[in-house]
Design a protein around this ligand. Structure first.
Ligand SMILES: *[C@@H]1O[C@H](CO)[C@@H](O)[C@H](O)[C@H]1NC(C)=O
Ligand SMILES: *[C@@H]1O[C@H](CO)[C@@H](O)[C@H](O)[C@H]1NC(C)=O
Ligand SMILES: *[C@@H]1O[C@H](CO)[C@@H](O)[C@H](O)[C@H]1NC(C)=O
Ligand SMILES: *[C@@H]1O[C@H](CO)[C@@H](O)[C@H](O)[C@H]1NC(C)=O
Ligand SMILES: *[C@@H]1O[C@H](CO)[C@@H](O)[C@H](O)[C@H]1NC(C)=O
Ligand SMILES: *[C@@H]1O[C@H](CO)[C@@H](O)[C@H](O)[C@H]1NC(C)=O
Ligand SMILES: *[C@@H]1O[C@H](CO)[C@@H](O)[C@H](O)[C@H]1NC(C)=O
Ligand SMILES: *[C@@H]1O[C@H](CO)[C@@H](O)[C@H](O)[C@H]1NC(C)=O
Ligand SMILES: *[C@@H]1O[C@H](CO)[C@@H](O)[C@H](O)[C@H]1NC(C)=O
Ligand SMILES: [Zn+2]
Ligand SMILES: [Zn+2]
Length: 677
C-alpha cells in the first residue's frame, strides 16, 4: 500500500492554488477580501495598562539589548503588553541616547541576531507568490536603528539565499559594527570564504572607554553550505583572536553572541570565549550579551563579568547598567538610580566556580532589567529627556513604513475573528484554552474531501507545527505566519485497518520510532531543500518547554502594584526583581509531541478492528508513520507527495462563529489572560 495524496490535494484546492513543492510557504491570501482600516503604534495595536516598577539605574556604561526579533517589528498587535512597534523603539533609543549625553555616560545599543522567521512582516516575502527571501522587507526596517554592535543568528544561515542577503545587504548596512567572529560565507564571485561581517571591533565610546568586541555564534551545524561556522573552541586559538585579546589598551571586552548566557546551558560557547579571554586578561571586565534560547536571563561569570539575554519576538528589551569599569569614567551619574549590585549570585557568597575568574578585587556594580515592549514602558523610561513629545520624526516614519509594508504584503487581510485566545502551554492540553482543542475541531472540519467524507479518518500531526499562541481578535494573513507558518502537507493512506491506524499515535509518542529523536535533535532536518521544516522552531525543538516560554517558575514576587497582568516572571542570578513590569505567572502545562484528530467516526461505539479508515498525517512524519505501521505488522511504503496545509485559514473562513464579527473583530487582552474573563 502506498501513501497517496490526490484526494487531500483536491480538498485544499478550493482554498488556494496548491504548490507541489515544499520550498515555500503557501497561504491563501488571494481569497481574502476584507481589509480593516489601521491607525498608530501600529494603529491597530493595544495599549498596556500597567506601568514599570520604577526607574532604571544608569552607570558608566549602559546597554540596550534586543535579540531574536524574528520579524516582530510591528509588535504584538493583539497583546496589551507588547504593543510597541519598531518605530516606537527608534524614538525610544533616540531619547535614551540624549539622556546618556545629559548624564555624561555611555550608551551602547546591541542586537544578537535571528532577524526573521516568526511573523508575517519578515516571512511573507519568502513565499512562492512573492518570490523573495524572508527578511527582504523587514531587514531594511530593522536597519533604521543605528545599532553600535550586532551579530548573526542561526536563522540567517539555514538558507543560502538568506545568508547571501545577509552578507550583501544587512552586513553592509552596519559595516564594522556587524560582528561575525566565527561565521564566514563563500563569496560567489571569488569562491573564497570571507567573514560575513567583521571578526572584532575595537573602538572608543563617546566617553572614551576602549572596547574590544567580538560576536560569536554557538556551534551551529544546520547551516547551508554557503557558510562556514568555526567552533568557538577553535576560534579562540586563531592568531587574530589571541592578538585582539592581547591588545594593550582595552578597558572592557564586550562579547556578544547568538548564544545562551546561562552557565548550565550546553550550547553556551560564550563561556569558552570568556575563559580564553580570562586566561590572557584575568582582570579586564567582560560584558556578555546573548540570545537564541528566547528567554530572559542574567548570569554572573565573575566579579567583573556578567551576561544578559533579552528574550525574543519584540517582547523584551534588555537593559544593563555597569559602573566601575575604569576609575576615570563617570561611575555615578546624578539624578538617577545607580547600579548597586556586585556581580554575585543572589543568596551566595562569592563563587568558586569552575570558570576561570578575575584575580583582583572589583569595585564594579551592575543593574539589569527586562523591559516589556510597549509604549507606556518606553515613554516612562524616556521621560526627562523629552524636549518634545515621545515620537520622533524618524520613529513615526518607521511606524508608517511598517503600516504600509503590512498593507503591501496583505498582512491585515482578514480570514475571520478568533473568538478567544488559545495557547500552546498556558492551559491543559486539549482543554478549552488549549490551541490543540481548536486544532482538533479545525482539522476535523477542513481535512476532508467530498469523495471520502463518509470514510472514518484519523489525522495525526506533531504538536510542533504550531509556532505561537493564537490571540483573540483578527485572524489575518499575518496570523497565519505567526501561528502556523509551516508548509508541511498532508498525506494519507486509504483503508488502513482500524486496529493498526489507532495505534499510530501511541507508537509515535513512545519514542520507539525515529521521529521523536528527529524532532528533538538540534540539527533537525532544516536544510536548504526544505527550509520550512523548522524555519520557525527556534531554538530547535527541545522537550525542555520550560525554557522557551514566556513565564517560567520563579520565586515569589513582592507586589508593589495593585494590578498585575500575566506575563514574564523571571528568576536569574540576581534574583527575581529583573522584570521591569511586575507580572503574575502564566501557568505552564506540558503537551505531547503528537496529537490526533478524527472525522466521520461512528457516533455510537467504536469501529471494529479491521474496519478501514483513512490515516492522514503530515508529510514530514510520513517515514515514522510507515515505520510504526510496519512495526505493527502492516506493509506500507512512503512515496513522496504533498499538499499544502492551510487548514486554520480555511477553518476561519468556514466557521460562522469566526465570521460573525468580520471585519470588526473584538480583541482580547493577550496571551495568558483568563480566557473566560
Ligand atoms: C493608546 O493610548 C494612546 C495615548 O497614549 C491613545 O491615543 C490610543 O488611542 C490608545 N490606543 C488604544 C487601542 O486604546
Ligand atoms: C552547495 O550545495 C548546492 C546544492 O547541493 C550545490 O549546488 C552547490 O554547488 C554547493 N556549493 C558549494 C560552494 O559547495
Ligand atoms: C520602507 O523603508 C524602506 C527603507 O527605507 C524602503 O525601501 C521601502 O520602500 C519602504 N516601504 C514602504 C512601504 O514605505
Ligand atoms: C495582495 O492582494 C492583492 C489583491 O488581492 C494582490 O493583487 C497582490 O498580489 C497581493 N500581494 C501580495 C504580496 O500577496
Ligand atoms: C535573593 O534570594 C533570597 C533568598 O535566597 C530572596 O529572599 C530574595 O528575595 C532574593 N532577592 C531578589 C532581589 O530576588
Ligand atoms: C474523535 O474526536 C473526538 C473529538 O475530539 C474525541 O472526543 C474522540 O475521543 C475521538 N475519537 C478517537 C477514536 O480518537
Ligand atoms: C451504531 O449505530 C448504527 C446505526 O446508527 C448501528 O448499525 C450499529 O450497530 C451501532 N453500533 C453499536 C456498537 O452500537
Ligand atoms: C508488501 O507489498 C508489496 C507490494 O505492495 C509486495 O510486493 C510484498 O510482497 C509485500 N510484503 C509482504 C511481507 O507482505
Ligand atoms: C506526486 O503528485 C504529482 C501530481 O499529482 C504526480 O505527477 C507525481 O507522479 C506524484 N509523485 C509520486 C512519487 O507519486
Ligand atoms: Zn531565535
Ligand atoms: Zn537562534
Amino acid at each position: 500500500m502506498r501513501v497517496g495524496n490526490s484526494v487531500w490535494a483536491s480538498a485544499l484546492l478550493a482554498l488556494s492554488t496548491p504548490i507541489l513543492a515544499c520550498e515555500s510557504c503557501e497561504h491563501p491570501e488571494r481569497d481574502v477580501v476584507m481589509t480593516r482600516n489601521v491607525r498608530r503604534m501600529q494603529p491597530d495595536a493595544q495599549n498596556t495598562t500597567v506601568e514599570p516598577r520604577g526607574p532604571l539605574a544608569w552607570g558608566q556604561l549602559n546597554v540596550l539589548h534586543t535579540t531574536d526579533t524574528h520579524g516582530w517589528l510591528e509588535g504584538h498587535i493583539r497583546e496589551q503588553n507588547y504593543g510597541a512597534d519598531w518605530g516606537d523603539y527608534v524614538s525610544f533609543v533616540k531619547h535614551m541616547r540624549q539622556k546618556a549625553r545629559d548624564l555624561d555616560v555611555d550608551l551602547l545599543v546591541v542586537d544578537t541576531g535571528d532577524l526573521h522567521d516568526g511573523a508575517g512582516l519578515s516571512d511573507a516575502t519568502g513565499v512562492a507568490t512573492y518570490s523573495g527571501v524572508n527578511g527582504q522587507l523587514s531587514n531594511p526596517i530593522f536597519e533604521q536603528l543605528d545599532y553600535d554592535l550586532l551579530t548573526i543568528g542561526n536563522h540567517e544561515l539555514y538558507v543560502s539565499a538568506i545568508a547571501y542577503e545577509t552578507f550583501n545587504q544587512f552586513a553592509k548596512a552596519y559595516g564594522e559594527r556587524y560582528l561575525t567572529s566565527n561565521v564566514q560565507i563563500r563569496n560567489p564571485s571569488t569562491g573564497e570564504l570571507e567573514y560575513v561581517g567583521k571578526k572584532y571591533r575595537y573602538f572608543r565610546t563617546q566617553k572614551g572607554l576602549r572596547i574590544m568586541a567580538f560576536g560569536v555564534l554557538f556551534d551551529f551545524t544546520g547551516n547551508s553550505n554557503a557558510s562556514f561556522v568555526t567552533k568557538a573552541a577553535d576560534m579562540v586559538k586563531e592568531s587574530w583572536f589571541v592578538d585582539a585579546v592581547n591588545h594593550k589598551n582595552v578597558d572592557a571586552f564586550v562579547l556578544i553572541g547568538h548564544n545562551p548566557v546561562g552557565l548550565k546551558s550546553s550550547t553556551n560557547t560564550l563561556q569558552t570565549v570568556y575563559k580564553a579571554i580570562r586566561a590572557i586578561k584575568p582582570d579586564t571586565p567582560i560584558q556578555m550579551f546573548g540570545g537564541h534560547t528566547h528567554i530572559r536571563d542574567f548570569a554572573v561569570y565573575d566579579d567583573k563579568s556578567v551576561g544578559l539575554e533579552s528574550g525574543r519576538y519584540c517582547e523584551t528589551l534588555g537593559w544593563l547598567a555597569v559602573s566601575g569599569i575604569n576609575p576615570h569614567g563617570k561611575a555615578n551619574p546624578k539624578g538617577v538610580p545607580n547600579p548597586t549590585m556586585k556581580a554575585q549570585k543572589n543568596g551566595t557568597t562569592p563563587t568558586s566556580s569552575s570558570l576561570a575568574s578575575s584575580t583582583s578585587a572589583s569595585s564594579m556594580r551592575f543593574f539589569r532589567r527586562y523591559l516589556d515592549w510597549n509604549r507606556m514602558t518606553f515613554e516612562y523610561h524616556a521621560e526627562g529627556s523629552q524636549a518634545k513629545a515621545f515620537d520622533t520624526t524618524k520613529g513615526l516614519a518607521v511606524t508608517k513604513n511598517i503600516t504600509a509594508t503590512r498593507k503591501e504584503l496583505n498582512l491585515t487581510s482578514i480570514y475571520g475573528c478568533a473568538p478567544q485566545t488559545w495557547c500552546l502551554s498556558c492551559a491543559p492540553f486539549k482543554s478549552e484554552g488549549s490551541i490543540y482543542s481548536l486544532l482538533d475541531t479545525a482539522l476535523s472540519a477542513t481535512i476532508v474531501t467530498k469523495e471520502r467524507a463518509d470514510k472514518p479518518r484519523l489525522i495525526v500531526t506533531n504538536t510542533g507545527h504550531i509556532r505561537f499562541d493564537l490571540a483573540e481578535g483578527t485572524f489575518d494573513y499575518d496570523s497565519s505566519f505567526i501561528v502556523s507558518p509551516f508548509t508541511d502537507a498532508f498525506q494519507y493512506l486509504p483503508d488502513v485497518p482500524y486496529h493498526l491506524a489507532s495505534q499510530v499515535l501511541e507508537g509515535l509518542e513512545s519514542g520507539n520510532y525515529p521521529s521523536k529523536r528527529d524532532l528533538s535533535s538540534a540539527d533537525f532536518g532544516f536544510t536548504q531543500m526544505n527550509p520550512s521544516l523548522d524555519s520557525c522552531i527556534d531554538p530547535p525543538v527541545t522537550h525542555d518547554h520550560l525554557v522557551t516560554k514566556r513565564s517560567y517558575p520563579g520565586g515569589r514576587i513582592i507586589r508593589r502594584q495593585t494590578t498585575t497582568t500575566p506575563g514574564y516572571t523571571t528568576t536569574d542570578d540576581f534574583g527575581t526583581d529583573g522584570d521591569d513590569t511586575i507580572h503574575s505567572k502564566i501557568p505552564y502545562y506540558s503537551y505531547p509531541n503528537f496529537f490526533q484528530s478524527n472525522g466521520s467516526l461512528p457516533a455510537n461505539g467504536t469501529l471494529t478492528a479491521d474496519a478501514p479508515v483513512d490515516l492522514i498525517f503530515l508529510d514530514y512524519i510520513a517515514g515514522s508513520v510507515v515505520k510504526v505501521l510496519n512495526g505493527l505488522g502492516g506493509n506500507y511504503t512512503n512515496d513522496e507527495n504533498f499538499t499544502t496545509n492551510s487548514y486554520l485559514p480555511k477553518y476561519a473562513q468556514m466557521s460562522s462563529e469566526w465570521q460573525a464579527n468580520v471585519p470588526h473583530c473584538p480583541v482580547g487582552l493577550g496571551i495568558g489572560y483568563n480566557i473566560t474573563s
